[in-house]
Structure formats: structure tokens, C-alpha cells
Design a protein around this ligand. Structure first.
Ligand SMILES: [Zn+2]
Ligand SMILES: [Zn+2]
Length: 131
């Protein structure tokens, strides 16, 4: 069986012609009717090359990329939160007019933090004392 010119060698010729005539390889390709080289995209998470219209190579990567790791303000544990949610939180002032800057891994950590900063520890006068 005779060896046929593969797409690869044709692309090589386009590059060669481009180098010889000092023209753009994409133009030579166009003249020769060779489809333009696919623009490469890279996975936003693991940096692997992916198809042009894709952001990530896999669902797993997409999921990982969408979530960012934040440290719990109470226990220091790293936990994942949706990037968009965190950004929204950071931009949006809370009821007290301050911007959110603390994140908690769980409700119990949040409660512990609130207790420490706004509870009886911070305002002992609020604590119920037996008379
Ligand atoms: Zn990936
Ligand atoms: Zn925590």
C-alpha cells in the first residue's frame, strides 16, 4: 500500500512555504485549502490543552475551578466554597454596613465566632447572672 500524505505533512508544507516566502502560515493554509490550525485553549484548573469552546478538561476540573479554598475564621480548616458566592459575599455589605471578611466551615464555627465577638464573652454585661 502506498503511503498517503497525512494532514500532518501537508501542514508541514504550509509552514515550509510560509518560511520560504516570508508569509503567514495561516495565509498559505488558506490558499492551499488546508483548515486553519485549531486555537488551543487550556484547562483553567489543570492547564491541560482543551478544545476551544471548553473552559476545563473535565467536570471534575470545572468543579474544582468553580470552588475556591478558604480558611475557616474559627478553626482554620480549609473548606471549598463557590467562587461566585465568595465574591458576592466579599462585595456585599452586611446588615451592619461592614463588608464580610470572615468565612466559616460550618454553622457551629459561625456560632462560636458570633458568640466570641458579639456574645457574652465580648459583652459580659449581657450575660445572665444569678442575683
Ligand atoms: Zn483540567
Ligand atoms: Zn471551622
Amino acid at each position: 500500500m502506498e503511503e498517503t500524505a497525512t494532514n500532518f505533512t501537508v501542514c508541514g508544507i504550509a509552514n515550509l512555504l510560509a518560511a520560504i516566502f516570508g508569509v503567514d502560515a495561516a495565509r498559505v493554509r488558506q490558499r492551499l485549502g488546508i483548515p486553519p490550525e485549531r486555537a488551543k485553549n487550556y484547562c483553567l484548573n489543570c492547564k491541560k490543552p482543551v478544545a476551544k469552546h471548553r473552559k476545563c478538561c473535565s467536570r471534575k476540573c470545572q468543579n474544582e475551578w468553580k470552588h475556591i479554598k478558604i480558611e475557616c475564621a474559627v478553626c482554620g480548616k480549609l473548606f471549598a466554597r463557590r467562587q461566585s458566592r465568595v465574591l458576592r459575599f466579599l462585595k456585599q455589605p452586611q446588615r451592619n454596613g461592614k463588608l464580610q471578611e470572615h468565612f466559616f466551615c460550618s454553622k457551629s464555627c459561625c456560632a462560636r465566632w458570633l458568640g466570641k465577638h458579639f456574645g457574652f464573652a465580648a459583652y459580659p454585661e449581657h450575660a445572665w447572672r444569678p442575683s
